[in-house]
Design a protein around this ligand. Structure first.
Ligand SMILES: *Cc1c(COP(=O)(O)O)cnc(C)c1O
Length: 369
């Protein structure tokens, strides 16, 4: 069975194998693994001695919330670039953490840097801007590094949700001094297992932001202090050792593949194969090709009374492909992930399976309304 979902993704068997044993988190050998994973993630992010990588057990939202709580001051304001479902979630996490939240609607267009600058100038209370690098709900990529420069030029700080970008899309935190924190997880483009997330954070900012988080478990400044005291392989609370050990293997596989540049190429080939394949079936993706990112493709549901997403998902699953049974686009659609340990040929076969599934469902009109 191949998962064609934008996380968790299909993993390499060597990655899964590393999870098939018990680990004692305090054991010295396990500490070495955790320390190595932190180093590798730091290197991938372009970090050096100004940054640290802090692991947090849990899904990506835990790390996003931790970044908000740790860095956004209660007398500040977080401006969220509204790119879709995941930016809305950032706004909700921040609101529930007691932050003052404002939104900047970018709609379906690319962000206009002049409009963003004007917005920041008009509201000096905004201390931070949150950017979703890859908006997983729409499949669009925002130019997070360029936007961070725009925000930095206005003297404000940046939080980047790079959860569905990291490991494939370019990132160099050393070149982005205005960024307090970049949030990533193991189970998307890094092709690891779910259960562990990371914050790539500036050390000077962590030291300035002690005691702000109003949460012990989500306080990255406290987590940093802990690693200083107890060592790089240490953990405050029980980590997710299987996910960490298998991420160590997955990161080795990423190196072997040729790093993020090679991975992005493969994902782009996956996406192109899928995009052109569904078009050849008479289906239409929600985004024009020029706006389509390499992570996930949303395809408009056929305007046929026989269409039923769960039924389609079940028929594809019988043929070896598992896609999401929900969508978060405005119009009904189905979404297909292009990331994970999968190749263009897998996507070509998935397109054949879609054709057969629609045939079995008796779908006559494949075009959306
Ligand atoms: C997957 C994802 C998250 C985190 O989702 P979890 O279910 O908490 O792991 C956050 N932001 C983006 C852009 C994502 O793709």
């Amino acid at each position: 069975m191949l998962l064609l979902t934008p996380g968790p993704v299909t993993t390499h068997h060597e990655t899964r194998h590393a999870a098939s044993q018990d680990y004692a988190p305090w054991d010295m050998q396990f500490r070495e693994i955790l320390a190595r994973v932190r180093d590798r993630v730091l290197t991938l992010a372009g970090g050096g001695n100004q940054h640290t990588v802090l692991p947090l057990a849990g899904s990506g939202h835990f790390a996003v919330e931790a970044a908000i709580r740790t860095f956004v001051p209660l007398d500040g304001r977080l401006l969220v670039l509204q790119s879709g479902e995941y930016s809305s979630r950032i706004a909700r996490l921040a609101t529930e953490a007691g932050c003052d939240v404002a939104t900047f609607d970018i709609g379906t267009s690319l962000v206009d840097p002049h409009a963003l600058t004007a917005r920041l100038r008009a509201d000096p209370g905004i201390s931070h801007v949150a950017i979703v690098y890859s908006e997983t709900s729409t499949g669009r990529i925002l130019d997070a590094p360029a936007l961070a420069h725009t925000v930095g030029a206005c003297g404000r700080r940046v939080l980047i949700d790079a959860i569905s970008a990291f490991g494939a899309l370019p990132l160099d935190v050393t070149a982005l001094p205005m960024v307090d924190c970049v949030t990533v997880t193991a189970n998307k483009c890094l092709e690891g297992l779910a259960g562990i997330s990371f914050s790539v954070a500036r050390i000077d900012r962590l030291l300035e932001c002690q005691g702000r988080a109003r949460s012990w478990s989500l306080d990255l400044a406290d987590l940093y202090r802990h690693t200083l005291k107890w060592g790089s392989g240490s953990h405050r609370f029980t980590p997710s050792p299987q996910a960490i050990a298998s991420l160590d293997v997955a990161l080795g596989l990423l190196d072997r593949e040729g790093g993020p540049v090679a991975r992005l190429q493969r994902y782009t080939s996956n996406m192109t194969t899928l995009y052109e394949g569904v078009q050849s079936l008479g289906l239409r993706p929600t985004l024009p090709f020029r706006d389509q990112g390499p992570i996930v493709v949303n395809v408009l549901a056929p305007a046929d009374p026989a269409w039923n997403l769960q039924h389609f998902v079940d028929l594809l699953k019988r043929r070896g492909f598992l896609i999401s049974n929900f969508f978060n686009t405005a119009e009904p659609s189905f979404r297909v992930g292009c990331i994970g340990a999968i190749m263009p040929d897998d996507l070509a076969q998935a397109v054949d399976a879609m054709s057969n599934a629609m045939h079995d469902m008796g779908i006559q009109h494949r075009r959306a309304a």
